[in-house]
Design a protein around this ligand. Structure first.
Ligand SMILES: Nc1ncnc2c1ncn2[C@@H]1O[C@H](COP(=O)(O)OP(=O)(O)OP(=O)(O)O)[C@@H](O)[C@H]1O
Length: 272
């Protein structure tokens, strides 16, 4: 790690996340739809937690509430003991859709938040270049998003969020649109960067294999209404390399989570 990134790392205040009694009801064509009810969980500073569950159980909605994009029907979110009810620079967000600004270069996209916060030009240039180098995008700093592959665009989206030193990084199926090979590479890259900077991460995914590979803990969600059905600790050693996916411990955790999800998915299909 370069000195600049090391200094930057030491300034990141890792987020302690508390989610208390969160419930959400949407109105659809005059009918009240209870999406989830009484969701409670905490994340320790620097922890990597995956939110996993069948389609429609409310994973993205929970993440959007933590981001402050929407307000829950009831319940609270606290980050480092501060109540969250609007978006804030203490949280970074990475979406499934590549959300880079198409008219800005890679460099300009990553620089954007720093510029808005009034970070001096020299400081932000050095920082952005360091981050781009770290994820192999320095050569592409002057390219526009349409000139980058999906994996490159997601790398740029991740560093764009991290460069602003968020306490919590919220990731909503960020690798779902990538091919399997690129997805594996991105998972390893994310773990490398997380290991260096250690922001708290909440990562939404459908993919059991991805959740077991990445996280310290998996919160398995149930449906109708959404709830936290089970919590699975992932005590696999770190740093993790893709080969860990072939170990007995990995496969047994995978199976445990698979059984939990299968039950919920079947329940969900019957209720459709
Ligand atoms: N703004 C909204 N208005 C009405 N209903 C909504 C709104 N946002 C989400 N929903 C509904 O809430 C439910 C949960 O949606 P959400 O996207 O959070 O689920 P999810 O678990 O992330 O699903 P997926 O894995 O398919 O992305 C869905 O039935 C969805 O249609």
């Amino acid at each position: 790690m370069t000195n600049l990134l090391a200094t930057h790392t030491s300034t990141i205040k890792k987020g302690y996340v508390e989610v208390e009694n969160l419930s959400m009801t949407f109105s659809r064509r005059g009918e009240a739809i209870r999406v989830f009810d009484s969701i409670n969980f905490n994340l320790d500073p620097g922890e990597f937690v995956c939110l996993l569950g069948p389609s429609g159980c409310g994973k993205s909605t929970v993440l959007n509430v933590i981001a402050g994009f929407i307000k829950p029907t009831s319940g609270y979110v606290f980050i480092n003991k501060r109540h969250v009810d609007t978006p804030g620079s203490d949280r970074g967000f990475v979406f499934q859709q590549y959300s880079l600004l198409p008219w800005k270069t890679t460099f300009q996209n990553v620089e954007f938040g720093l510029k808005i916060r009034g970070i001096p030009k020299k400081e932000r240039t050095d920082l952005v270049n360091d981050f781009l180098e770290r994820v192999g995008l320095y050569r592409y700093r002057n390219a526009f998003p349409h000139q980058l592959s999906g994996g490159m665009q997601q790398r740029a989206s991740i560093v764009r969020a991290l460069v602003n030193s968020p306490s919590v990084l919220l990731m909503d199926e960020p690798f779902a649109a990538l091919d399997a090979q690129t997805r594996h590479m991105m998972q390893e890259l994310l773990l490398d960067v997380w290991q260096e900077l250690r922001p708290t991460i909440i990562f939404v995914t459908h993919d059991i294999d991805e959740a077991v590979f990445l996280s310290d803990r998996i919160l398995v969600m149930g449906t109708n209404p959404g709830c936290i059905k089970a919590e699975v600790s992932v005590a696999l050693p770190r740093p993790r390399h893709i080969d860990i996916k072939l170990t007995e411990d990995f496969l047994s955790l995978n199976r445990q989570v698979f059984d939990l999800i299968r039950e919920e998915t079947l329940k969900n299909m019957i209720n459709l």
